[in-house]
Design a protein around this ligand. Sequence first.
Ligand code: GLN
Length: 186
Amino acid sequence: MQGAFAEHEKVLRQLGVETMQVRTREQLAEVDGLIIPGGESTTIGKLLMAFELDELLIARARQGMPVWGTCAGMILMAKRIEGYPEQFRLGLMDMTAVRNAFGRQVDSFEVELPVIGLDDQPFTAVFIRAPYLKDAGAGVQILAEYEGKAVLARQGNCLATAFHPELTADRRLHEYFCGIVNRSKE
Ligand code: GLN
């Protein structure tokens, strides 16, 4: 709909994964997994509704289709968005997203982030006006924290990262998500 979808697509193609950009209900019905990119979460939410993708997306995710939200996408995955009670969200993960949460003076930064479930090497994470998540329910696993704030979480077939894994050369989180997709097809 909006944001860094082309960059995600490039990474997936490098990994040999068949991809397509999803803008219609027909396309959404066809895919085995979906990445909601970083961008601007109110805009993406409005477009999801305008293109009538919202209900189908929620239904497919509940039936088990893996969905990965990065940055703005993570905000849309959350059940709750702090300070924005009216903002559209998919509500697929039992957590609260806090928008633009790392302070205005540090709009973007890069850190070496240890991630549970990856090998010992930290993940180079680029944060851009990034959210974090809090008040995660019992079903949500927190897989990485930065400065004590949760920035990577998984709940079943749903994954959320506060940062932009498509902007660095590290492919491990895309591989991790593709693993979830492959297992969901079996
Ligand atoms: N700040 C944006 C939002 O609230 C997210 C930023 C991003 O996706 N890089 O939607």
